[in-house]
Design a protein around this ligand. Structure first.
Ligand code: THU
Length: 157
């Protein structure tokens, strides 16, 4: 393990998930924060933004869109994924997620279980999930860490 080159750019100082990666996700983190502005959250008042990076380098943003009936609410991550897939994208390098209560302090907002499952449809083991507190303070996880032992398309073969 000592021979591995650990690049700590962008890793939160207090993270325990120091892993090998080469990306500085500051820009993707800021894009996720910016995507929060469009959140439609009259019920929860909890704004979430997502920035989904394709392997070809394009970024698709998403925000949460709530419903008066509550359960049809679409999370930011799923909004971003649906936008991307509907434009023909299927290969993703990373997704950054930023969420916080209106007027509340920044926090690490992890993808909900439904979004983890939905992302699993297209996620590969090298996909990274960036949980954003600020553009300079975020945690980087592998998708496998976020959803270990997931059920996916391979199971249906
Ligand atoms: N939310 C997301 O957009 N993403 C998540 O992964 C967690 C939850 C949204 C759904 C709802 O609009 C609000 O946050 C409060 O649950």
């Amino acid at each position: 393990m000592e021979s591995l080159f650990y690049v700590r750019l962008g890793l939160s100082k207090n993270t325990t998930n120091i892993k090998e990666h080469t990306m500085d996700y500051k820009q993707l983190a800021q894009t996720a924060i910016d995507a929060k502005k469009m959140a439609y959250v009259p019920y929860s008042k909890f704004r979430v933004g997502a920035a989904l990076l394709t392997k070809s380098g394009k970024t698709y943003t998403g925000c949460n869109v709530e419903s008066a009936a509550y359960s049809p609410t679409c999370c930011a991550e799923r909004t971003a994924l649906v936008k991307a897939v509907s434009e023909g994208e299927k290969e993703f390098a990373a997704i950054a997620v930023a969420g916080s209560a209106e007027g509340g302090a920044p926090q690490y907002c992890y993808p909900c279980g439904v979004c983890r499952q939905f992302l699993n449809e297209f996620a590969t083991s090298d996909m990274e999930v960036i949980v954003v507190k600020t553009a300079d303070d975020y945690r980087v996880h592998s998708f496998d860490e976020i959803l270990p032992h997931g059920f996916g398309p391979e199971n249906l073969k």
